[in-house]
Design a protein around this ligand. Structure first.
Ligand code: HEM
Length: 503
């Protein structure tokens, strides 16, 4: 090819792309819709800039366009809705206009399986949430706390057996979380099979739970086939455990599996065995990573701020009237864990600046007007809430990017959110979503795992702080956020130093 052509062809392609973008932007311009972020690559739009650092991208465009704007992402029009008005609009949008199932089901169905969560009409999901909540009662939590303690102790005895060392904190915490969650949600039978391949099956399903699946649900990646096989195998294992439990009818287990086996729809119908298994998989996928990410971020911040770790120890030593030490520490009850104030603030503050789920989406199925604006979002667009934008906004919190758990001791704990509640079918939920900090979402899709996560995370932190002192690895320091997965984890390797406490 001559040098002339080597110049003309790329130039021609760039010009074509430029014209395409201009035509695309002009034809999609509509003054009644929120403004669209300028982009330079046709079809792909702002996907790359958003994907690299979504928080930076959204903050930059919030300054230019305000709290409502649209960007193009691989042919999809995504309307971002931020600040407390945006949070309220997305989380409380009318279900007849805007749905989570149309946004999420294409990529959750192959992992969760059919007939549960986003693969059923919203009214059925609300009933399934009610059933799940029956496994998250105070009585269940009373049974779960000793299991959390036992699992963490077993883990550190085995894996952190030296007097001091450096560990990959994310890996360790993820393993502790999967053990505590599997044991309490799925029951001791499944927990005992973790080392017999169940952990590998989870891992296979997990590897498919990536944002790429949202964009390319049709792409025949090999991992999609292996996830189907892993799902079938898990179904088989759950079904054999359920059959075994039925044989011992009347023997009560305080776990989620029992709660689901006993639950009924309003019609009186029970969940099928297959759907029980699918709900359990969904819960593990929904809860495990969010809790593991939050616990890891909390531990990293405690390692970087030993005075807060000491404050938590001092509070608990005063409460139990004895020293916490590597060899022995008082075993708290569920009520004790609920009352750990410093650790409560630690979790709350970690969720404020490092919420694990930062992009919460819905699909618009009927045009929907944004209250108090002239904007109407057309059907076909997606809308996205990002509460992390308001929860790290200086307008609401002083030194908003800093990790300061004690800020929750003061009035900041009480925002001026309207406390009226609505019951969508799974218990009362605060009606308004006009709060700057919403790590568990709001409205009909609000998380039902909040209390479980607080108890699980606070218990893990309590055991670890009782037994070890922590510091950040001096070479690695505090990791940045990794935005490449569905859940925002710290960028690996997440190194942390531990030292066994002497007393
Ligand atoms: C720190 C831990 C957790 C965080 C930060 C978290 C956060 C969230 C958020 C933001 C949503 C709303 C999604 C949306 O509006 O699109 C959600 C939904 C959900 N969460 Fe959690 N979650 C956590 C742990 C858990 C746990 C442990 C469970 C189960 C035991 C759980 C079960 C669910 C379920 C079933 C939904 C779906 C609700 C629906 O769409 O109606 N979560 N979670």
């Amino acid at each position: 090819m001559s040098i002339g052509w080597m110049v003309v062809i790329p130039l021609g392609l760039v010009t074509l792309a430029f014209v395409w973008v201009k035509v695309e932007q002009k034809s999609s311009y509509n003054p009644s819709e929120p403004p669209t972020v300028l982009y330079y690559v046709p079809f792909i739009g702002s996907m790359i800039e958003f994907g690299i650092n979504p928080v930076k991208f959204i903050r930059k465009n919030q300054k230019i366009h305000g709290n409502f704007f649209t960007f193009l992402m691989f042919g999809r029009r995504m309307t971002v809705c931020v600040d407390i008005d945006g949070n309220d609009f997305v989380f409380n949008a009318k279900h007849s206009c805007v749905t989570a199932e149309d946004a999420y089901n294409p990529f959750t169905k192959p992992i969760f399986g059919e007939g549960v969560v986003y693969d059923v009409p919203n009214s059925v999901l609300m009933e399934q949430k009610r059933m799940i909540k029956s496994g998250l009662s105070a009585d269940n939590f009373r049974a779960y706390v000793p299991i959390f303690i036992q699992e963490v102790n077993q883990y550190v005895d085995k894996h952190w057996s030296k007097d001091e060392g450096t560990v990959d904190l994310l890996q360790s915490i993820s393993e502790m979380t999967i053990m505590t969650a599997s044991h309490t949600l799925m029951g001791p039978e499944i927990r005992s099979k973790l080392y017999e391949g169940v952990a590998d099956l989870y891992h296979t399903l997990d590897s498919c739970f990536t944002p790429i699946r949202f964009l390319f649900e049709w792409l025949p990646l090999p991992s999609y086939y292996s996830s189907g096989k892993a799902h079938d195998e898990l179904d088989r294992i759950f079904s054999s455990v359920i059959t075994e439990r039925r044989k011992h009818n009347g023997e009560k287990h305080m776990d989620m599996l029992d709660a689901l086996m006993e639950s009924r729809y309003k019609s009186g119908m029970a969940l099928s065995d297959k759907h029980i298994g699918n709900v359990l998989i969904a819960l593990l996928m929904a809860g495990q990573h969010s809790s593991a990410a939050t616990t890891t971020w909390a531990m990293l911040n405690l390692a970087a701020n030993p005075e807060v770790a000491n404050e938590a120890r001092a509070e608990n030593e005063a409460k139990f009237g004895r020293k916490l030490g590597a060899k022995s520490f008082p075993e708290p009850s569920y009520e004790d864990v609920k009352d750990f104030v410093v650790l409560d603030n630690v979790v709350r503050e970690t969720l404020r600046i490092r919420a694990p789920l930062i992009e919460l989406m819905r699909k618009v199925i009927k045009p929907v007007a944004i209250p108090n604006t002239s904007y109407v979002i057309p059907a076909g667009n997606y809308i996205m809430a990002m509460p992390i934008i308001s929860s790290t906004d200086e307008k609401y919190y002083k030194a908003a990017e800093d990790w300061v758990p004690s800020r929750w001791n003061t009035a900041e704990k009480e925002d001026d959110m309207d406390k009226a509640t609505t019951d969508y079918g799974f218990g009362a939920t605060t009606t308004s979503a006009r709060s700057p900090t919403l790590p568990f979402g709001a409205g009909r899709h609000r998380c039902i795992g909040e209390q479980f996560s607080y108890i699980q995370i606070k218990t893990i932190l309590y055991v670890l702080l009782s037994r070890f002192d922590f510091s950040l690895d001096p070479k690695r320091g505090m990791p940045e956020r990794n935005y490449q997965s569905m859940v925002v984890f710290p960028e690996g390797p997440v190194l942390c130093r531990y030292k066994r406490r002497t007393s």
